[in-house]
Ligand binder design. Structure first.
Ligand SMILES: *[C@@H]1O[C@H](CO)[C@@H](O)[C@H](O)[C@H]1NC(C)=O
Ligand SMILES: *[C@@H]1O[C@H](CO)[C@@H](O)[C@H](O)[C@H]1NC(C)=O
Ligand SMILES: *[C@@H]1O[C@H](CO)[C@@H](O)[C@H](O)[C@H]1NC(C)=O
Length: 519
């Protein structure tokens, strides 16, 4: 009570004092001196530190000061100061830690909790009149650096964790800091026991910290050393690297399994449910098709007691063999059609694509792919379709290209200007002109003697081989360019093997080729 009023009094001086002074200045003549008081500086003292009991507005005409504690009894005198002698003397209660000054103030150093008492100054005036004033101060223990204890130093993800800031002291505030940020109660955070206990609810691997706790009273603030939780978690769903599921026969199988886990997980590999390895990596030298199957990675965390598995199906494939391109006609007149067939011995997951003059064939409206891309039909042809065609066949682990086939598209106009009336008939451009018809008939009958085409259509289809013969490029380059004759030969060779790639040969035209060959 006394302490409270002393503080209040001190506060009033500044506030009400000013107001009062202002009032006195305006309505009354001002007093010559302000009221003499005493105060403790600081009011809140840390144990072991000092305090100054200060006399404010010391009056003149003073003979001596006496300082007492508790009351002004002789046995409670701490010290006295005689102004005339400018000397001080210790009293019966002197502890050796008090010093007096000529200003009346007393200094106490190395303050302890027992010093928290009432201090009385007794002032002896010139006329031996006496004045007494008293004051006091608070002594607070200086807090020690705190430390953090936990109910579980290696908690498991999902559980709760309790951290306590030690030691417990009265009149102390506690504060928690995680990753440098002050914590307050939240979703998964509870504070209790005046913030001394921090409870982390359903912790995650991200709650590791570091944590610090701070204790604070009016005179000290201390922070603990950082503290981190070693949170056990996982294994999470494992992954297998690399992600390829197809392997080329003869290559090495090298699989690695990974799963987030603390402490680090143990790994095991199984192949078709037979144990293969107890390591994170699985290596098989030079695989064959017998290595195709289901690979299982089994992951176990001894810290959490949890385990997980993941499976991967691996298929070992042989490399594809070289495909071949067959064509009925590789030299045709503009507007006629060309059909190219890509043939392969291989089975399984195959992809076929076509190249034209060494670039991916850009399909135009006149081109169609059929039978899983194995048949390319250009209908009608144009002169710009002339060039080298080849097909590429691939499975997920390999690809091979056929030899190129040269396709020649002859200009219709050039053909007409040859004066070949048969062509004119063939295209229905000339009708009813007797002379030309006769010539046509003449030519037609000549052809029949050698070739034996049965109708008008045969005749026109027949023509290109004649050109082929004349131009002759394919005949002379067997390595680079497959020519028609070669193609036909191969075609007939392959026939009995019954290709599995579902590229049925164009049987309808078979007889015609034989005729061409014979010629
Ligand atoms: C506990 O901490 C909160 C801030 O997180 C604060 O508002 C509250 O006053 C503190 N309580 C005590 C008893 O110190
Ligand atoms: C941990 O933090 C990371 C990154 O912020 C986040 O992606 C992940 O989901 C968090 N994990 C958990 C279990 O909260
Ligand atoms: C397979 O592994 C062996 C041994 O590590 C190595 O010598 C060989 O070059 C590898 N083969 C392939 C195709 O990578």
């Amino acid at each position: 009570m006394e302490l409270a009023s002393a503080r209040l009094h001190k506060g009033q001086i500044s506030w009400w004092g000013l107001l009062l002074t202002a009032l006195l200045l305006t309505t009354w003549s001002p007093p010559t001196t302000a009221k003499m008081t005493i105060e403790a500086v600081p009011f809140d003292v840390a144990e072991g530190k000092y305090v100054l009991l200060r006399v404010v507005n010391l009056e003149p005409g003073i003979r001596a000061f006496h300082w007492f504690k508790d009351n002004a009894e002789r046995e409670n005198e701490l010290a006295r100061y005689i102004l005339a002698e400018k000397s001080n003397r210790s009293g019966m209660a002197y502890s050796g830690r008090e010093s007096l000054y000529s200003t009346g103030s007393m200094y106490i150093h190395n303050v302890n909790k027992d010093d928290e008492r009432t201090y009385i100054i007794q002032i002896v005036l010139e006329d031996y009149a006496m004045k007494r004033m008293n004051t006091t101060f608070h002594v607070h223990i200086a807090l020690q650096k705190p430390s953090i204890t936990a109910n579980n130093y290696s908690p498991i993800e999902g559980g709760d964790s309790v951290l306590i800031c030690e030691p417990y002291t009265l009149h102390t505030n506690y504060r928690w800091i995680r990753n440098g940020k002050s914590l307050s109660e939240g979703d998964r955070l509870k504070l209790s026991e005046g913030n001394r206990t921090l409870t982390l609810l359903s912790i995650t691997r991200n709650d590791t910290g570091p944590y610090e706790c701070e204790n604070r009273n009016i005179v000290t603030t201390n922070r603990s050393d950082p503290f981190s939780l070693n949170i056990a978690y996982g294994p999470d769903t494992p992954s297998i690297f690399p992600s390829d599921i197809y392997l080329l026969q003869g290559s090495n199988l090298s699989l690695s399994c990974r799963a987030a886990s603390n402490p680090p997980a143990q790994y095991f590999w199984l192949f078709n449910e037979t144990s293969k390895a107890s390591s994170q990596e699985l290596f098989i030298l030079s695989v064959t098709t017998i290595n195709s199957g289901i690979y299982t990675c089994f992951v176990n965390n001894s810290g959490t007691g949890l385990s997980r598995t993941i499976i991967k199906t691996i298929t070992v494939l042989e490399a594809v063999t070289q495909p071949k391109v067959y064509a009925i006609n590789t030299t045709v007149i503009e507007e006629e059609s060309v059909t190219l067939t890509c043939y392969s011995n291989d089975t399984g997951i195959l992809q076929i694509h076509w190249l034209f003059n060494n670039h991916t064939l850009q399909l135009t409206k006149r081109m169609t792919l059929s039978n899983k891309n194995s048949i390319l039909t250009i209908d009608p042809t144009k002169r710009e379709d002339s060039g080298e065609y080849l097909c590429e066949i691939s499975n997920p682990v390999s690809s091979k290209r056929s030899n190129p086939v040269r396709v020649v598209i002859k200009s219709l106009r050039a053909f007409q200007s040859n004066g070949n009336a048969a062509i004119m008939i063939g295209f229905g451009l000339v009708a009813g002109v007797a002379l030309i018809a006769a010539l046509a008939y003449f030519l037609y009958s000549r052809k029949r003697k050698t070739g034996g085409g049965s109708d008008q259509r045969d005749l026109t289809e027949h023509k290109p081989s004649a050109f082929n013969h004349n131009l002759g490029p394919s005949d002379n380059s067997p390595n680079k360019v497959d020519d028609v004759s070669y193609t036909v030969l191969n075609f007939r060779d392959q026939q009995p093997k019954q290709p599995a790639s579902a590229c049925p040969p164009p049987r309808a035209k078979e007889s015609l080729y034989s005729q061409v060959k014979k010629k």
